[in-house]
Design a protein around this ligand. Structure first.
Ligand SMILES: [Zn+2]
Length: 328
């Protein structure tokens, strides 16, 4: 027996079924995490074609079945497409890591409207976030708070000692947050690893705890602070969710190590530097100050403006047989 219900939903994952159908893993506002089957979703004349997309919000009507069964989608209409997540690969990567977290943290069919609203607003802001990794870590901490698993940051998780914690305080996922030096020494031979974090990171964490709206995401942290913080939060998530997060690990690896011209959807602009060599301008708009661009590039010298189309003497001429989409 099934009933027809209406809800708002954000697709977190697509899974193909047979040749033209697929399962959609939704985070819905009133029904939590659910899975629906869309029959014929990929047929050219399907009513649902283009009406649901990853990280976009859709209005949906589906036949709800009892328990954790797969529900059958009847109607779907795209409400908020979030096009910036289609053009900024770094932001889309952060959204993918957030989707992985929600898929693993949320029990099926358990409504969580506050977390849904947070996710929706965070996705709205993510497209313009200057540093997707900072935005992701902020989101993860908020999810932990809403799930009742937030790390203890304002006092020692062992003895309850409050700030100011001494400089030897460390972040211990197994203990549930920060440990003072004394508790850290007592737990040295127990399970869990304490992660030393600089005072600046602890201050940032405390500020984030009270900052709190997705439209006011925290300012990007420099890589020397952001990367250890991100790794510590990742260790906390893995320990308390009893799972791995391979998508998150891959996303951080790509963000920190990859050259943007390999993954950018739009080719980066090219120019000549002061020595007559082709230099690539850093796509700072996409990666912000995350430090994901390694090496970067040097902007053209103000005394020798870039010249397009006429390479200086000594440079090989540009190739003339570059294939195009219309070439056979
Ligand atoms: Zn303590």
């Amino acid at each position: 027996m099934s009933e027809l219900v209406h809800d708002l939903g954000i697709p977190l994952r697509f899974t193909p079924w047979r040749t033209t159908s697929r399962y959609v893993h939704w985070f819905t506002r009133e029904h939590g995490r659910i899975v629906t089957l869309i029959r014929g979703a990929l047929r050219p004349k399907s009513f649902h074609l283009g009406q649901c997309d990853l990280f976009a919000t859709s209005d949906l009507v589906f036949y709800r079945r009892a328990g954790d069964a797969i529900h059958l989608l009847r109607e779907c209409r795209l409400l908020r497409p979030r096009p910036s997540l289609r053009t900024r690969w770094a932001a889309a990567s952060a959204a993918s890591a957030a989707a992985e977290l929600l898929l693993r943290a949320l029990p099926p069919s358990a409504p969580h409207p506050r977390l849904y609203d947070l996710t929706s607003r965070w996705l709205d802001a993510l497209g313009d976030a200057p540093c997707p990794e900072t935005a992701l870590v902020w989101f993860e901490l908020r999810v932990l708070d809403l799930e009742g698993l937030g790390p203890k940051l304002d006092r020692c998780a062992g003895c309850g000692r409050t700030h100011p914690l001494p400089s030897e305080a460390a972040f211990n996922p197994a203990a549930g947050g920060l440990l003072c030096g004394q508790c850290r020494a007592q737990r040295a031979d127990q399970r869990g690893i304490s992660i030393p974090l600089p005072r600046a990171i602890l201050d940032a964490l405390s500020a984030w705890r009270h900052a709190g709206h997705p439209t006011h995401l925290p300012a990007p942290l420099p890589p020397r602070l952001l990367h250890p913080l991100s790794d510590a939060v990742g260790a906390f998530l893995r320990f308390h969710l009893h799972t791995t997060l391979p998508g998150r690990d891959l996303m951080l690896e790509v963000l920190r190590e990859a050259s943007p011209d390999r993954f950018a959807l739009r080719p980066p602009p090219l120019t000549m530097d002061s020595n007559g060599r082709v230099a690539k301008l850093a796509d700072a708009q996409d990666l912000g100050s995350c430090g994901a661009i390694r090496g970067g590039s040097t902007p053209p010298s103000p005394t020798r403006p870039a010249v397009a189309g006429s390479p200086p003497a000594g440079c090989p001429p540009p190739p003339t047989n570059i294939p195009t989409e219309t070439s056979p």
